[in-house]
Ligand binder design. Structure first.
Ligand SMILES: [Fe+2]
Ligand SMILES: [Fe+2]
Length: 395
């Protein structure tokens, strides 16, 4: 959605940054650093913790944030703009179009197919979309309030909209019609032994949508033609597209669920840490919801008439699937190895290792087909933001 569509009250918060300048280090700062250099390893660890907390608090009081914090927030702002763009497309066709999330007029049979997964899907899609809009607006407004540059991806809104009835005809940042949906989150969060941070890998829940290019929204009205032989006249093709969306929702939100704790470990200001923890928590809420709904996808197998590829949604509760790695109602994170396999298993978000987190998120978006059709300038811009965010260190 275009920024100018937001209420004036929200837009006005991102104007008039207070003029703040980074003060040069005081003699006290210099003395403190040389003092740290002189400590032994244990002493440095203990004392540095309390001193760094004191420095962060002082920095919060002074209203300045570090270059690293700005870089992390700018990358997060970009990912939130990307999330907003893709969720807006889902809402136009399968959510609730209203004053909170305007745009589009819905695709009746696509919406009905989503409701097969859960009768509340349109409401949840609407609410997830609104959440992403507020994340993006808040982070950018906060950056401006600190005198930092906000992030705009407006020059890259060049991808075509779905041609199906219900979608707005506007330029998009993301492509939801040629996705490869990584569904390893499904088995990763059910595993009681594996953790990607310890080098483990996980099988796909729905292998047939993990490779190739699959629509998660109807491309044209051909994808939502009624089939009188099916319940509610929902064709297998329309249901397959809705099922693909159901898994993609969780794929996107588990990414946010990991990204926020990953970058939180490298922010300096306590206020920025509070922002990252508070926004990241809602990504977990989203993921948990979608993790529940994806397992309700009805079994089917259909050949996509556009791509010629077969899409199969199996019974995940029966052989060769089934068991704890696939059981559909195991929607809460199973306890698993964390930090060190000698420690007891623990129910956790995974992965959370911080090294290269931003570039990892960008690569995952890209590998999923979300940016098919985007310009080299877009990738260059996003790569720069990711590199800068990954260079940030906690001070
Ligand atoms: Fe978000
Ligand atoms: Fe999200």
């Amino acid at each position: 959605m275009a920024r100018e569509n937001f209420p004036a009250t929200m837009a006005s918060t991102i104007t008039d940054p207070p003029a703040k300048e980074n003060p040069s280090p005081s003699p006290n700062d210099v003395r403190r650093r040389s003092f740290l250099k002189g400590l032994g390893v244990v002493g440095a660890a203990l004392s540095a913790g309390s001193l760094l907390t004191g420095e962060a608090e002082a920095q919060d009081r002074s209203g300045i944030i570090t270059v690293g914090d700005v870089a992390i927030l700018r990358f997060l702002a970009a990912t939130e703009l990307i999330e907003t763009d893709l969720w807006q497309q889902y809402n136009e066709l399968g959510g609730i179009q209203d004053s909170e999330v305007p745009g589009g007029s819905g695709s009746r049979l696509y919406t009905k197919a989503l409701e097969v997964l859960d009768g509340d899907m349109p409401q949840y899609i609407h609410d997830n979309t609104e959440d992403e809009m507020t994340h993006e607006l808040f982070i950018n407004a906060y950056l401006v309030s600190k005198g930092a540059e906000p992030v705009s991806l407006d020059p890259f809104r060049t991808l075509p909209s779905s041609q199906a009835t219900g979608a707005q005809q506007i330029g998009r940042l993301t492509n939801l019609m040629q996705l490869s949906v990584d569904t390893t989150w499904y088995t990763r969060y059910r595993s009681r032994t594996g953790n990607p941070d310890l080098g483990d890998t996980f099988p796909q829940a729905i292998p047939s949508i993990a490779t190739g290019q699959h629509p998660a929204i109807p491309r044209t009205d051909d994808d939502v033609q009624p089939d009188p032989s099916k319940p509610h006249h929902i064709s297998d093709l329309t249901q397959a597209i809705a099922n693909t969306a159901g898994f993609h929702f969780a794929t996107i939100e588990q990414g946010g669920t990991s990204l926020y704790p990953q970058v939180a470990q490298r922010v300096t200001s306590l206020e920025v840490l509070r922002i990252v923890l508070s926004l990241g928590g809602t990504e977990i809420c989203h993921f948990q919801t979608w993790s529940d709904k994806a397992g309700n996808s009805p079994q089917l197998s259909v050949v996509d008439p556009v791509t010629g590829s077969t899409v199969t949604f199996p019974d995940l509760n029966s052989p060769p699937f089934g068991g704890e790695d696939f059981q559909t109602n195991l929607i809460m994170p199973e306890p698993t190895a964390f930090l060190n396999r000698n420690l007891p298993a623990c129910s956790i978000i995974r992965p959370t290792a911080t090294k290269g987190a931003a570039m990892g998120a960008l690569k995952a978006f890209t590998a999923g087909g979300l940016f098919i059709g985007q310009s080299p300038q877009f990738f260059k811009f996003m790569r720069t933001l990711a590199i800068e965010a990954d260079l940030a260190v906690r001070q």
